[in-house]
Design a protein around this ligand. Structure first.
Ligand code: AMP
Ligand code: MG
Length: 638
């Protein structure tokens, strides 16, 4: 995860309202987070900020967390990413007690320290009390956000704020300054790890190649190449069953216990001895679900009231449902049944689930390779598995490329557009259960592409890029991959619309295999090719059994002009009562820049190529075609 690259490479900060300082306050306290104590210091700081900065400030967010390093860290990372805030104040957790970890959490996320602010707080606080020696406050910068630790007492917060309030606007202005960011960029990258310049020499535009050197491959062949190249992981991990949804099981799971673990009643009624047949019986007592099994054996002529799921009493061998009985005698107040008539002679074993009848002990309940669903997790819980071995998920990073891109969180600069692909692709992967991290935006120059890819490879198995793979002189992904990472391009052109320049490459980085999906930049192309190519690759890596997207037949409800390439159009799906086949309604203009063609779409319908498979230049209304389900749950019924 390198959102700081976003903010540096994308340089959108200049267009943030320079006068407005956005603050975030995090109170760190076990007792306040549990609600055992009211947070006073956080609200005090909020009113100090409002009083001092007035309408030149905005409190973006206020939160209380326990003294847990990982939670504090995650919070600081979140609020210092994507230019979400200018200053984060933490309040509390800076002392010497074993739970005080705010400075450690802060140190683990900041990229540069600002010791002067902490020193000023210390020196000035020492003038007030020697106890200031016991505060371990840290100040630093992550991305372009200043993070400052304050002690937890309300009094100290007031004092500390007073000491530093005058330097905050200047510090924030410096951090927001684009010139500083740009000139600082290489320094900061060096600070993390040195990335040498790219070997790629950008061609003079007039010298660029006008013919792609990459052969055109068909979609099916491209998927085969991906699945052949990517091997399934053997690495496994144990996860709590509560966290196992959508994971692939790495070993057969056996039942530790039988289900049910005791003979259980299927009905509300009476536990009986079947050889007693029908007739009037004494009602002895009650066996309810959750009760210990009745251990005094049932005697002939007796029955025991029993409820669904309750253990069968000793001596009973059948259950008679309450509907097959009459009440003969009850206590005067109606609280006790004393005699009932069994109207229908029971069969031995009637309405009883014997021990292990649902699941027998030591049987295989789920086989290796299963993709765990709600039902599977229910099975695991029922037989007493708390954890389960699953295959490791691939680590995936998503990168955008382009000088024109800026974060959707920023005010738009002239000639720029918002980076929609990153969020689209991150969420496509999330929708299919793959976690991916944001590895920033690369500028259209080889050094930037190389630096962003280097950091993405550092922590990931797979990098998904968008943009920069076509024939333009600014399209550098393939060149950088080949020249700087010695990558093999498995394919660099696919016979598909949208998505012709889609690229798949592999390289070795720090001794590990890496895979790169270079998707085209047009938003529709990125999402279509992400669905067609990236998902099967990630599924293979995680040992999914079904790797290809689910395909159904649909009936096209509109005549379409065919392209020389097979085309995947976005369509809504409708079930008409008189037709077994779902109807596909294209979602308007299908140009590859128009991402809104995905709004409301449930399927990617595959139009054949012009003049192929018995087609001419058009595909008639009513033609039955293959479609990939992308939103299986949204089908209209008419
Ligand atoms: P490229 O593939 O880099 O030539 O980009 C093709 C088109 O997609 C251009 O109009 C780009 O501005 C646009 N584009 C590239 N990347 C993105 C992105 N991350 N989000 C939105 N549009 C993009
Ligand atoms: Mg581009």
């Amino acid at each position: 995860m390198m959102p700081f690259l976003d903010s540096i490479l994308n340089s959108p900060i200049l267009f943030v309202d320079m006068d407005m300082i956005r603050f975030v306050i995090l109170t760190v306290s076990d007792s306040c987070s549990k609600g055992e104590k009211d947070d006073e210091a956080g609200p005090e700081l909020m009113s100090l900020i409002n009083n001092h900065f007035g309408n030149t400030s905005k409190i973006e967010h206020v939160e209380i967390l326990p003294d847990e390093k990982s939670q504090i860290k995650d919070f600081l990372k979140k609020w210092s990413s994507h230019n979400r805030s200018d200053v984060i104040f933490t309040v509390g957790g800076t002392g010497l007690s074993p739970r005080d970890v705010t400075p450690e959490a802060t140190k683990s996320v900041i990229e540069r320290e600002v010791p002067g602010i902490s020193l000023a707080i210390l020196c000035k606080s020492l003038e007030i009390t020697d106890m200031a020696m016991l505060s371990r406050s840290v100040t630093g910068i992550r991305n372009n956000t200043l993070i400052i630790n304050f002690p937890g007492s309300t009094k100290a917060v007031g004092e500390c704020f007073g000491f530093i309030k005058n330097v905050i606007p200047h510090a924030v202005a410096l951090l927001k300054n684009e010139e500083n960011l740009v000139s600082d960029f290489h320094g900061r990258l060096q600070g993390r790890r040195s990335v040498s310049p790219s070997k790629v020499k950008t061609n003079l535009v007039a010298q660029r190649s006008r013919v792609s050197p990459y052969p055109m491959v068909e979609v099916a062949h491209a998927i085969d190449l991906i699945l052949k190249e990517i091997s399934a992981t053997r690495e496994t991990e144990n996860v709590d069953i509560a966290e196992s949804l959508g994971r692939v099981l790495a070993e057969n799971v056996y039942a530790k216990d039988p289900v049910p673990p005791f003979p259980a009643s299927i009905k509300d009624g009476y536990a009986v001895i079947s050889s007693d047949k029908e007739g009037i019986r004494n009602v002895r007592e009650e066996a309810a679900a959750g009760d210990k099994p009745v251990d005094q054996p049932l005697q002939p002529g007796e029955v025991i009231r029993i409820s669904t799921g309750a253990p069968l009493p000793l001596g009973a061998d059948a259950v008679v449902q309450v509907e097959d009985t009459d009440l003969i005698k009850a206590s005067d107040d109606g609280s006790i049944e004393m005699e009932v008539k069994i109207k229908v002679a029971p069969r031995p074993g009637q309405d009883i689930r014997p021990i292990g009848s649902d699941i027998s002990v030591n049987s295989v309940i789920i086989e290796k390779g299963a993709l765990l669903t709600a039902g599977h997790i229910g099975v695991l819980a029922t037989v007493g598995h708390h954890t389960v071995a699953v295959f490791r998920k691939p680590c995936v990073a998503v990168v955008s490329t382009g000088n024109e891109l800026q974060s959707p969180h920023e005010k738009l600069k002239p000639g720029h557009i918002r980076d929609s692909n990153k969020l689209t692709l991150l969420n496509l992967l999330k929708q299919y259960g793959f976690e991916a991290s944001d590895a920033g935006i690369a500028k259209d120059n080889p050094d930037s592409v190389k630096a962003v890819l280097t950091f993405a490879f550092d922590e990931n198995d797979v990098v998904v890029t968008s943009g920069g793979v076509s024939m333009g002189e600014h399209d550098l992904i393939k060149q950088v991959l080949v020249e700087d990472f010695d990558a093999t391009i498995l394919f660099g052109r696919v016979n598909v619309k949208p998505g012709k320049p889609t690229t798949f490459a592999t390289c070795t980085f720090n001794g590990r295999r890496k895979f790169v999906f270079g998707l085209p930049g047009n938003p529709v192309s990125a999402l279509v090719t992400g669905t067609l190519f990236v998902l099967p690759g990630l599924k293979k890596m995680e040992n999914y059994e079904n790797l290809r997207p689910p395909v159904i037949s649909v009936r096209l409800n509109k005549k379409m002009i065919l392209d020389p390439r097979p085309e995947y159009i976005r369509a809504r799906l409708r079930k008409c009562s008189n037709d077994d086949i779902l109807e596909a309604i294209p979602t308007g203009n299908q140009i590859s820049s128009r991402i809104n063609s995905f709004v409301g779409a449930s399927a990617l319908v595959r139009l054949p190529a012009k003049n192929s498979q018995g087609f001419g230049e058009i595909c008639d209304e009513g033609t039955v075609l293959e479609a990939i389900l992308i939103q299986p749950l949204s089908i209209e019924y008419v």
